[in-house]
Design a protein around this ligand. Structure first.
Ligand code: FAD
Length: 518
């Protein structure tokens, strides 16, 4: 399967050409740092590009202050990580080993230079992506989570990080590493915690972690963008690539995770250009990097809750934080949200045994135990195949009498042939039970009413989704299911014309149509 970047350990190093270094010198300035100087610490803004002319730089472990990686950066190499593109924050600490001379180029000047010199940009982005891949492969980061399996808020941070391809290190409570870290950060042993650098995050939420990593971008109220793209699924990210490539000042705002639904897909095989398949998260990460390369910015987690059309024809989008920005055009790429089931105690077990996505994170929660999946569509089928690698067995509960109408035939044949996947047709979820965590559930045969109890702590609900359109605040017409009416239907839509409604909006909506539901 393809990944987000090359393998740093096997990549042949391509140094920047002499002409590139001359350009860096012209756009930046030379700086000399004595041995032992920290050039970056976790959380510092990645506000410049640093090229080493002479000397040596090492990655530092923030807890021990010792060298963290065996390899160091020397002359002709450069510091930096992918966060540089979006104006985020450093995730690792970097320190000079000996007296070191570097060329430093401010971020904006460097981005301009990269857009003018694609050969240089390719070298830099290839290295940045490979560095991120190494961090993800090795679970190596200054973002440290203790007690992911026990604590709901730590788990939420883990899910956020994992779905957004943010590297983190997870330590089990009671492990020697967790005890040592707790001691070094002055917290009680055995306490679940989120730590960044050496700081304990007192209110561990996706939002606070995003703030530390500079992912939520600090906007000025009423900042103006050419295009606001709401939603960071495949449609939103693709729009970000094209808007940036056309030189527009574009912003993608995402509520949960860049990648949307596709980000939860363990393997996408029907996307052009990836004959051996690619995980949805990796596919979208590549798109995100491509969009950022063109200058498109990404803000998350941020939810657009309201959209207004202003007298000057611009749009004003308000976020869940109360901030608002302006945009000359808006792309609606908010996709859908998963449907829930009307079963008692559903909310209580969401995130504690009930999941709506099957990624590496959720797979850990059903290792060697049975997993139950409700649904007969492709999402349910892909989840069953994926989870069968971890769970002792997978029960697929399907409401209808067959999978023929709802699932691609290649997938349903794989499921039927799988020795550890059992499919029950004509059945539904009847009951849930447990204390803090789901312990068992009841499946009912819809025809006979017969019930059976399955002992499981992992239930996956994949019963389709409904459109995220309520935030459009009446600017466009919706059909009875909440989908935006586009094309000729829009002309005959029921609502009376109003100066605040926007027929031209529909052009953008049409542009943002996503790939078909796989
Ligand atoms: C498990 C799974 C496997 C799949 N496998 C495949 C496959 O193999 N091949 C295939 O072609 N398709 C597949 N699909 C379908 C594919 O993922 C979707 O068609 C695609 O993701 C739709 O893209 P989108 O960008 O329109 O919307 P979405 O992916 O739904 O993204 C919309 C995004 O908008 C965000 N958002 C919503 N409201 C707001 C708001 N108000 N403010 C800010 N952000 C907001 C959401 O958080 C979300 O991230 C799969 C789907 C799933 C769930």
């Amino acid at each position: 399967m393809e990944s987000i970047g090359g393998d740093l350990r096997q990549m042949q190093r391509t140094p920047l050409a002499a002409s590139h270094v001359e350009a860096l010198r012209a756009a930046g300035s030379v700086a000399n740092y004595p041995a032992g100087t920290f050039l970056a610490r976790p959380g510092d803004p990645v506000d410049r590009f640093t090229y080493v002319e002479d000397g040596e730089i090492e990655v530092v472990n923030p807890y021990t202050n010792e060298r963290h990686l065996a390899s160091t950066l020397g002359p002709t190499q450069f510091m930096g990580e992918i966060a540089f593109l979006n104006g985020g924050a450093w995730s690792m600490a970097m320190r000079t080993v000996r007296d070191t001379r570097v060329i430093e180029v401010p971020r904006h000047a460097m981005l301009t230079l990269m857009s003018q010199t694609p050969e240089m940009s390719d070298i830099i982005i290839t290295v940045f992506s490979a560095r991120r891949r190494r961090q993800l492969d090795d679970s190596d980061s200054s973002l440290l989570l203790i007690g992911e399996d026990q604590d709901r808020s730590v788990r939420r941070v883990a899910e956020f990080a994992s779905r957004n391809r943010i590297p983190y290190t997870s330590l089990a409570i009671g492990s020697p590493e967790a005890e040592a870290t707790a001691h070094s950060c002055s917290i009680a042993a055995g306490t679940p915690a989120v730590i960044f650098g050496r700081s304990v995050v007192t209110d561990p939420t996706p939002d606070t972690v995003a703030r530390l990593l500079g992912l939520n971008l600090d906007f000025q109220n009423d900042e103006v963008f050419d295009v606001l793209i709401v939603g960071g699924g495949p449609a939103g990210v693709a729009a970000g690539v094209y808007a940036g490539a056309e030189g527009l000042c574009a912003l993608v705002v995402e509520d949960v995770a860049i990648g949307g639904q596709a980000g939860t897909s363990s393997r996408i095989e029907n996307y052009m250009g990836f004959p051996t398949g690619i995980s949805g998260a990796d596919l979208i990460f590549r798109g995100e990097v491509q969009a950022m390369k063109f200058g498109t910015r990404f803000a998350l987690p941020r939810r657009v809750v309201r959209l207004q059309k202003l007298d000057d024809e611009n749009f004003c989008a308000s976020f869940d934080t109360g901030q608002h920005i302006r945009a000359k055009a808006v792309v609606v790429a908010t996709g859908v949200q998963y449907r829930r089931l009307a079963v008692d105690q559903l909310a209580k077990f969401e995130g504690a045994g009930i999941y709506y996505a099957a990624t590496d994170i959720e797979a850990r929660y059903c290792r060697k135990t049975p997993a139950v999946i409700i649904g007969g569509g492709n999402s349910a089928g892909q989840a069953a195949m994926f989870l069968s690698r971890y769970a002792s067995c997978v029960h697929l509960v399907v409401r209808g009498g067959s999978l023929a109408a709802s699932m691609s035939s290649y997938l349903s044949s794989r499921l039927k042939a799988h020795p550890r996947i059992a499919i029950q047709y004509g059945a539904e979820l009847a009951d849930l039970s447990g204390d803090d965590h789901l312990k068992s559930l009841t499946i009912r045969d819809a025809r006979t009413g017969a019930t059976r109890i399955v002992d499981t702590g992992a239930l996956f609900i994949m019963v389709g989704a409904s459109p995220n359109t309520e935030w459009l605040s009446g600017l466009v017409d919706l059909d009875s299911k909440g989908f935006v009416i586009t094309g000729s239907g829009a002309d005959s839509a029921a609502s009376p014309p109003s100066p605040r409604r926007c027929p031209e909006f529909l052009r953008w909506v049409t542009c943002a149509l996503a790939p078909s539901n796989g």
